[in-house]
Design a protein around this ligand. Sequence first.
Ligand code: COA
Length: 156
Amino acid sequence: MGLKFEYLADRVEAIPIISKWYYDEWGHLPPENASDGEPERLEDYLNHDVIPFILVATNGDEIMGAAALKFHEMAEMFPEKEHWLGGVYIAANQRGRGYASLLVETIANLAPTYGVRTLHLQTQSLDGGLYARLGWKPYAQVISRGVNVLVMERRF
Ligand SMILES: CC(C)(COP(=O)(O)OP(=O)(O)OC[C@H]1O[C@@H](n2cnc3c(N)ncnc32)[C@H](O)[C@@H]1OP(=O)(O)O)[C@@H](O)C(=O)NCCC(=O)NCCS
């Protein structure tokens, strides 16, 4: 066994695990856009060939992390910014081993094959954390949902 990145569409048993991660981490935040009604469903990410999709970091049966390539985060503030990396999450007992960096880099390498020219993300790590180390550039620092976040971009 070893670390692999698989489409959520091929590991649907990971849906409840990832849902709980996302709920525990971000579920307390208000919807990003006033117009948003229902929260996003992971079932919307079961794609291979089109955006949105989620990549899952696995090691055999173990689900170790996840990240999404998706449309329009912060849509009211940045309506022109179409493609986003989001939902980057590594299981608590697997952190600090470079897995998030590998997952983020894998999605960045895939993005141009989906027609993405510029990818965006938001992070509470105002120095850009792992993303800065991977070559993402700061775009703006803003307050979103009451939290100070750095918006970063990567061009292809
Ligand atoms: C952030 C997270 C994905 C990092 O996973 P990881 O596998 O430990 O990451 P790596 O080992 O590749 O890199 C570790 C680096 O991530 C950086 N980091 C931590 N939180 C970060 C964040 N929110 N944004 C950017 N970088 C972050 C730290 O600088 C750390 O470097 P250090 O070890 O020198 O302190 C993980 O801690 C996590 O799932 N946290 C909860 C969810 C979350 O905050 N996701 C990020 C959304 S932008």
